[in-house]
Design a protein around this ligand. Structure first.
Ligand code: PLP
Length: 404
């Protein structure tokens, strides 16, 4: 007997973990994929530096393969790399961590975030974080069973403040997530602003997770880390890595620094999840932190140039926008067009074949904005902005006709 089943009858969708079903695919990917249907498409969506990994670092990766450094490493990472990572944050940001007990090499900042959330969050825990925020946080928080509590920072120059945190603390708050320099805005917190947050949180039984992946890409001024304040050092977890500073996104090298009692627990999560970071990438990272400490400088200078250019262009189109101070993103307001950010991004894509990311991808607080990445050459940016200018003028004219 030939029994035929419908596909749906064979699927067990109802048994899939509910937390995972809540999570949506990345809106950034949706637009970066949609633009590929156009031969003349301009993609301004991605957070992928357009520079190659520095040659000497690539070479170190090749040597690692040729000399058979291709086995498992220590779970926490190659000792030499952990030592260099500690030296790096000591020299640059004055942080003091033991390489043996307080430093773990991760598969990118993403795995570090996942590891810390799984270690400290429980069902019902709340995580206070700035809105708009990098879209990678919410899914990881939800998958840990916790709840993201986005704080509207749009009226505070997109900066989290001690006051804003205080207003959102409840009995369930387990962690405050800081994300500076910020994606999508390119702002960062000053020493004084961080000191206020440290003063507030020193009295609270709340962890601080600080994602500092763009710390080497501040154009002018200096990066401060929350862990440099002794009063909160032992409740803080610092995340950094080489993805953005050394244009090494595909190598997957991240750093996690935490006090020993916490690092010990996080190491279990890391070890049973992934054993260790790639040995080849770790060898390349050793080279980056030995002879490549200045590698980010030319990239940072180029990002600043692009940022100045794109900021001027957006202002001259009549868009309200914060000037980026770091990283490679800009976040103009599109409120005047009375469209949702998805509608705006879709229209821009359809009419001018330019892809940007709708601000709502960065939480509902980003609804009136779009994010433009300037990790593309000046030529690409100029073309994208010319088209956007045409689109903005046409939309303004259209609105004027509707209004009159
Ligand atoms: N944190 C922020 C704020 C980011 O913007 C990104 C990537 O865009 C990441 C973390 C992920 O970094 P990694 O590629 O090292 O996992």
């Amino acid at each position: 007997m030939n029994i035929r089943f419908r596909k749906e009858e064979l699927e067990l969708k109802h048994l899939i973990n509910n937390r995972i079903q809540q999570v949506e695919m990345s809106a950034i990917r949706k637009f970066s994929e949609a633009v590929q249907q156009y031969n003349d498409g301009v993609n301004l969506t991605i957070g992928q530096p357009d520079f190659p990994t520095p040659d000497h670092v690539k070479q170190a990766g090749k040597i690692a393969i040729d000399t058979n450094k291709t086995g498992y490493t220590n779970n926490a990472g190659i000792p030499k790399l952990r030592q260099l990572a500690c030296q790096f944050v000591k020299q640059k940001y004055g942080l003091t961590y033991s390489w043996k007990d307080e430093t773990i090499i991760m598969n990118g900042a993403t795995q570090a975030l996942d590891t810390v959330f799984r270690t400290i969050l429980e069902e019902g825990s709340e995580v206070i974080l700035p809105g708009p925020a990098y879209p990678g946080y919410q899914p990881l928080i939800l998958m840990s069973g916790a709840k993201p509590v986005f704080v509207d920072t749009t009226k505070n120059d997109f900066k989290m403040t001690a006051d804003l945190i205080k207003q959102h603390i409840t009995e369930k708050t387990r962690c405050v997530l800081l994300s500076y320099p910020s994606n999508p805005v390119g702002t960062y917190l000053t020493k004084e602003e961080l000191a206020d947050i440290a003063t507030l949180l020193q009295e609270e039984d709340i962890f601080i997770v600080s994602d500092e992946i763009y710390s080497e890409l501040i154009y002018e001024g200096k990066h401060y880390s929350i862990a440099s304040f002794p009063e909160v050092r032992d409740k803080s977890v610092i995340i950094n890595g080489l993805s953005k500073s050394h244009s090494m996104t595909g190598w997957r090298v991240g750093f996690l620094f935490a006090p020993e009692y916490l690092a010990k627990e996080m190491l279990k999560v890391h070890l049973f999840n992934t054993t260790c970071a790639s040995s080849i990438s770790q060898e390349a990272a050793i080279e980056a932190l030995t002879n490549g400490l200045d590698d980010p400088i030319p990239m940072r200078e180029e990002y600043k140039k692009r940022s100045d250019f794109i900021y001027e262009r957006l202002v001259s189109m009549g868009l309200e926008v914060e000037k980026p101070q770091a990283a490679f993103y800009i976040f103009p307001s599109i409120k005047q067009f009375q469209l949702t950010s998805v509608q705006f991004a879709k229209k821009l894509l359809e009419k001018e074949h330019v892809a940007v990311v709708p601000g709502s991808a960065f939480s509902s607080i980003g609804q009136n904005y779009i994010r433009i990445s300037f990790a593309s050459s000046m030529d690409v940016l100029e073309e994208g902005l010319n088209r956007m200018e045409r689109f903005v003028s046409a939309s303004k004219a259209e609105k004027l006709t509707q209004d009159t």
